[in-house]
Ligand binder design. Structure first.
Ligand SMILES: [Zn+2]
Length: 625
């Protein structure tokens, strides 16, 4: 699990939904814009993986933009830089001359090209809006497959964040001045030049810069994740991504340990004060993708970036295809004409069969957390419960928690290493062998801990549900060695054993001060503030979007999706790593004897995560619908 402090999580709650960026323009605008370009876009040879690059002629900022298109292939291409930018919502109405003919481009692209154009020499770029014939669906389908290769081939990617506005130059001043050496403290008393930039206005400018459309668009993930070198560009300012990454590392190192007091003293309060937590988390995520772009399964990548926007829900899959390995990529043949639900189901099923693992099922988020804002064309009817709805722009802090939880799946082995092996029987159905171990009898209130007015009372309610105070020594479920109290707090952090020892200190912080970050300093503990804070982060991740439950027969304690109801079944599934909460539907499956279930979601059940309850001979066939 990535160690994220509690205080960062509290702040993320206030993140404002970002400006929506579009990947592709509405059809009618596209056709107006590009019909005149048809003569420029001679067909590309798919067998040679041909693509186009564009040479921007030298010019002053105010000069008209002139460029030449050229067809190349991976074996004969000259060096080029690739542009990564958000298309923006504006109608294309800015002039550009391609091979001598006048055409129109979006304002954001016009601005990017003017800022990036050299005065005295030409510049060779790959720019999606210019290099792909956007009116040719067949060409788009085939170029989408090569996008990853094109970005990998580029000498560097220029990340255009937009022109200078909202004090973005101040953000660059901050990023350039703050120490990027982990051993140098963020203390203006020792480094006088920090005095100028270590201010609230600079951190607000930093947050604004990192909330621009580029950070919220799906295509920019692989554009910036796969290339050898990356540069952030905003107006006339530039910063190599490597330098920004170093700053992110230093921020988390100093702010949660040695330099925390200086930071709090400078900015007085953390509540509502924009620290750079979100900025550095975004940077960390990008750096991680660049360093380990094949460490994640394609399913994990799809889930990690579900919050990114696009104007066509197919792109939630196609836009990330560059990260898929060869086998994963073979499951997806880009086709913008295919119904989205069909695409998602095909991908989910393909990944389950390829990996023989039910990881995909852990990506189901509770319906009650569905984003309210649904762009047109993004509502998908009748998606099976076992297929993640990637089309929704889920809130990104929720996805951080989901992501952390997915990264813990490998610690669990509830189904004792069994592999998924069934073949699909019919559209929408996932046949699977299941072992039912109990059902949900008692549930905590449907209240998110982030919304609780008093965290100490919130957790005390949970303890009361388990009768811990009145019966402190009672033993847990089938165990003769641990008490319900122990099982309770190990459940709170999903039994993250390396960090268990920090729990008592965290509980003291919670009970006495309701986890107020300003009171962290007053806790007397052998553990550091950072450790106690991290324990809070683990608990927050474990219980987010979940409720505490007790099972009917055995008295298992667990965490189940917030949508769980009393009477829902707790099941182990072949190929799964955790238990799942299932709800029978009224209909029967394909054969009359097979029961159909809806997947409510993955669960944590203390005492069964290691496979000790798994019994091969207790399995029965069911179908998930
Ligand atoms: Zn420090």
């Amino acid at each position: 699990m990535r160690l994220q402090p509690w205080t960062t999580r509290l702040r993320r709650k206030n993140t404002v939904a970002a400006e929506r960026a579009t990947g592709l323009l509405p059809a009618e605008v596209q056709s107006q814009l590009y019909s005149s370009l048809a003569s420029l876009y001679l067909p590309l040879d798919e067998s040679k993986q041909e693509f186009r690059i564009v040479t921007i002629a030298a010019g002053r900022f105010e000069d008209a933009i002139a460029c030449e298109l050229e067809v190349v292939s991976p074996v004969d291409s000259k060096p080029f830089e690739a542009l990564s930018y958000a298309w923006g919502d504006s109608q294309p109405s800015w002039k550009v001359y391609i091979n001598g003919t006048r055409h129109e481009i979006s304002r954001n692209l016009d601005s990017a090209l003017r800022h990036l154009r050299h005065r005295n020499r030409s510049r060779v770029l790959w720019v999606d809006a210019l290099c792909i014939n956007q009116t040719d669906l067949e060409e788009r389908n085939s170029q989408v497959k090569h996008m990853g290769t094109i970005y990998k081939m580029s000498s560097q990617v220029l990340t255009w964040l937009g022109p200078e506005y909202n004090n973005s130059d101040m953000a660059f001043d901050f990023f350039e001045t703050m120490p990027r050496d982990p051993d140098v403290h963020w203390d203006p008393a020792n480094i006088p030049e920090l005095e100028e930039v270590y201010t609230l206005r600079h951190t607000i400018a930093g947050n604004d810069l990192f909330d621009r459309a580029w950070w919220h668009r799906i295509w920019t993930v692989q554009e910036s994740g796969l290339c050898p070198k990356l540069h952030f560009v905003c107006g006339a300012r530039q910063l190599p991504a490597e330098e920004a990454f170093k700053l992110g590392v230093c921020y988390f190192k100093h702010l949660y340990t040695c330099c925390q007091d200086i930071w709090y003293a400078r900015f007085k309060s953390t509540a509502g004060q924009p620290g750079l937590g979100d900025v550095c988390t975004a940077l960390g995520k990008l750096e991680e993708m660049r360093a380990t772009n094949h460490r994640y399964t394609f399913g994990q990548i799809l889930s990690k970036f579900m919050s990114r926007h696009c104007s066509d829900p197919h792109d939630k899959v196609y836009g990330l295809l560059g990260f898929a390995d060869k086998e994963e990529a073979s499951l997806v043949v880009p086709d913008y004409a295919k119904p989205v639900a069909e695409l998602y189901e095909e991908v989910a099923l393909g990944l389950i069969q390829l990996t023989e693992d039910l990881e995909i099922l852990s990506m189901r988020l509770p319906d009650s957390y569905k984003p309210e804002r649904l762009p047109e064309g993004f509502a998908i009817e009748n998606l099976p419960t076992w297929v993640p709805n990637w089309s929704l722009d889920w809130d990104s802090p929720l996805l951080h928690d989901l992501d952390d939880r997915l990264s813990c799946l490998s610690y669990y082995n509830a189904s004792k290493g069994s592999r998924y092996s069934s073949n699909s029987v019919a559209c929408g159905l996932l046949p699977v062998r299941a072992q039912f171990i109990d059902q949900v009898a008692i549930l905590s209130k449907d209240e998110d801990h982030m919304d609780a007015p008093n965290l100490a009372e919130f957790f005390q309610d949970w303890r009361n549900m388990l009768r811990i105070t009145e019966n402190p020594g009672q033993l847990y479920a089938k165990c003769s060695s641990i008490t319900v109290d122990d099982a309770f707090w190990q459940t709170l952090c999903c039994d993250d054993s390396p960090h268990r020892r920090w729990f008592r200190a965290w509980w003291e912080w919670c009970e006495q001060h309701g986890c107020d970050p300003h009171q962290l300093m007053s806790i007397q503990s052998e553990y550091s503030r950072a450790e106690i804070n991290v324990m809070g982060g683990l608990i927050s991740t474990s219980i987010k979007m979940r409720r505490l439950f007790i099972s009917k027969d055995t008295g298992w304690i667990g965490l189940a999706p917030v949508d769980t109801l009393v009477g829902d079944k707790v099941a182990l599934l072949e190929g799964g790593r955790t238990p799942y909460i299932l709800r029978p539907t009224n209909e029967r499956g394909v054969k009359e004897t097979i029961q159909k279930y809806r997947l409510v979601g993955a669960a944590y059940v203390h005492g069964v995560m290691d496979g000790s309850e798994w019994q091969d001979d207790a399995l029965e066939y069911i179908v998930l619908a």
